[in-house]
Design a protein around this ligand. Structure first.
Ligand SMILES: Nc1ncnc2c1ncn2[C@@H]1O[C@H](COP(=O)(O)OP(=O)(O)OP(=O)(O)O)[C@@H](O)[C@H]1O
Length: 328
């Protein structure tokens, strides 16, 4: 065999498989307004095919973060990339679909008319608009309502159409800002199924919400923003297990705010009031004795709850534990 044919037969090592850049990667992000620092070192990744729920107290900087993701405000430090492209570049914006908190649709136009307008604005060539609109309507389940005006639709259908409008540019990252506002319980369940189905298509989804039960239903991961940073991030079940091992979440509601003495008994058992002092929540050890002690204490103080529930801790308990911690 000649040297040349030996050379021809050499097999090169296959190139290492490239991992595609995630729909969203944020690293060391600092953003502020004038002298005010709002985000002070945010790190967050949304992988494809997953839903990350982002929550945090009012004023924590969630909207500011969304603005930075959409390239509408420049970082003072750190990076935001969308599918590996810096957020400030047009190519990054083209990969983002944003369904804002306020329904961003023309109220007097039908669903399909709105989608046609948004598809054109997203740069879809005229000839491709009908198929783009049809595709998005099927994926979001609005095809049957295509000829109804937005202002005649229920809150749930408006939200669904708002999501559809965010999809016309065929994004890889979908940002849903408070998508359950104004949505009733049955429509919420359908919206949750829609969000999961879009994640199933491979979209990375950032869900900004104060609706903990919706987040629990749809999110693979949760992130809690506090004092300009992500104070806690991870898979909900793992975070709960780490923070509340062998504990149950208790919630007691009353017909009227309890007396001072009653509130003191509740506080002594670690139950904290809602702002209207009708609901009190906290955690107790996951043992029959701990539950029995609590019930005996309520009885002893003459407290008769309208409802009393003991459940596995969830996002609300995590949120309370993170946001009640004093800032460093
Ligand atoms: N354009 C602006 N100029 C100056 N300060 C601003 C501006 N926009 C927001 N802020 C301030 O930045 C902080 C974060 O605001 P941001 O709206 O991002 O919080 P948020 O977490 O979205 O709050 P919410 O849950 O109430 O919507 C707040 O203190 C707010 O007052």
């Amino acid at each position: 065999m000649s040297a040349a044919s030996r050379y021809d037969l050499q097999v090169e090592d296959p190139a290492p498989a490239l991992t595609p850049a995630p729909p969203l990667a944020i690293s060391g992000l600092h953003v502020g307004y004038g002298a005010r620092a709002v985000l002070a070192g945010v790190d967050l990744v949304v992988p494809e095919g997953t839903v990350t729920a982002l929550t945090g107290p009012n004023g924590a900087g969630k909207t500011t973060l969304v603005r930075a993701i959409c390239g509408r405000i420049a970082p003072r430090a750190g990076t935001v990339t969308v599918c590996g492209v810096p957020a400030a570049e047009g190519a990054a914006r083209a990969r983002i679909g944003l369904a804002p908190q306020d329904i961003a649709l023309y109220r007097s136009l039908t669903i399909s008319e709105n989608l046609e307008v948004f598809a054109s604005l997203a740069g879809v060539p005229g000839a491709a608009v009908p198929s783009c609109v049809a595709n998005v309507m099927v994926r979001t389940g609005v095809a049957d309502r295509r000829n109804e005006r937005i202002d005649r639709l229920s809150g749930g259908w408006q939200r669904r159409a708002n999501v559809a409008a965010a999809l016309v540019g065929d994004p890889r990252l979908l940002v849903l800002d408070e998508p359950t506002v104004g949505v009733d319980a049955p429509a919420r369940a359908e919206l949750a199924a829609l969000v999961r189905s879009l994640a199933g298509e491979g979209l990375g989804i950032l869900l900004v919400t104060h609706d903990f039960s919706f987040a629990e239903d749809v999110a693979d991961r949760v992130a809690i923003l506090k004092d300009g940073r992500v104070a806690l991030e991870g898979e909900l079940g793992a975070l709960v297990a780490a923070h509340f091992p062998n504990q149950r979440r208790v919630e007691a509601t009353f017909a009227a705010p309890p007396t001072l003495a009653g509130r003191q008994v509740l506080a002594a058992h670690g139950l904290h009031p809602s702002p209207d002092e009708i609901a009190f929540s906290g955690v107790v050890a996951d043992t029959p004795a701990a539950a029995g002690d609590l019930i005996a204490a309520l009885k002893g103080a003459g407290l008769v709850p309208r409802t009393l529930s003991l459940q596995a801790a969830g996002l609300d308990a995590l949120y309370a534990s993170v946001t009640r911690k004093p800032s460093p």
